[in-house]
Design a protein around this ligand. Sequence first.
Ligand code: ZN
Length: 342
Amino acid sequence: MFPTAIAGSLPKPAWLAETGKLWPKWQGEGAALAQAKLDATLLWIKAQEDAGLDVIGDGEQSRQHFVHGFLERVDGIDFEHKVEMGIRDDRYKAMVPQVVGPLRLKGRVHETEARFLRLHTKKKIKFTLPGPMTIVDTVADRFYGDRVKMAFAFAELLNQEALALQADGVDVIQFDEPAFNVYMEDAAAWGVQALERAAQGLTCKTAVHICYGYGIQANNDWKKTLGGEWRQYEKVFPALAASSIDQVSLECIHSHVPPDLMALLKGKDVMVGVIDVASDEIETAEEVAQTIGRALKFVPKEHLIACTNCGLAPMGRAVAEAKLRALGEGAALARQRLGGGT
Ligand code: ZN
């Protein structure tokens, strides 16, 4: 009852990369950097287990950014000549690589860290990949000239890697699609289909994470413009409910998402965000249990997974560790109180 998981990313230790940044520079290079990435992964596996979490992730310690980590292993992308582009409907500017030719995987993308994760925990493991629509929104296209065509091209590559991750022993493969909350019509029209293409043939659990972004200033400012009720999910949830995707990760605590929108995900596992990533204040177990209680009005017990609202990458390490513990303790309290036994 109420298993716990993180959305995906966790802060990188200061000896691995710059802290507090979305695109942090690595501290080392070559073999030393490769080892440091795995050392940091091990540290976060332990922290998640100590916090009592049920589904363990690699905390995305081996990639600089959740989208660009994948793109680095794709042929047809010029990583040398990044250009500045407004992303997420121009909410903020980012330096993005350019698509300059047909897309093809250079080989495996996340084999090392996925196998490392599988080796170092006996719990279920989740691995995250960027979703096709969000990738399309985080690169500059100089080749395809068509967002949908390019999204399906990326979906094929994602599918290749996802099938390989499943063979590595991954239990849950999650695609991150914050762009679904920005281009709602497109998400319903073709984004969900591209996502299903990326998940095609997977027999492990499949998930999609849709959020209002990391707790960075540009996102906090954007949220202030969204009004008293955030109804973005309303447009895409029906398409997701009808899709082959098993689990949906969404924001809940401290957001203005009307909780009844969760009822649109009938039949799906719902990863309810019970940990805020836009505030350093640590949730109490009580608060987490109450958020789970509110979600239970719209999500059946057996379908509720307690999760973070989004990744914790730009946060301080101690804050992130404390939030993981709050997640574990809060879900335990909810199990006791609302689960009908332990
Ligand atoms: Zn997110």
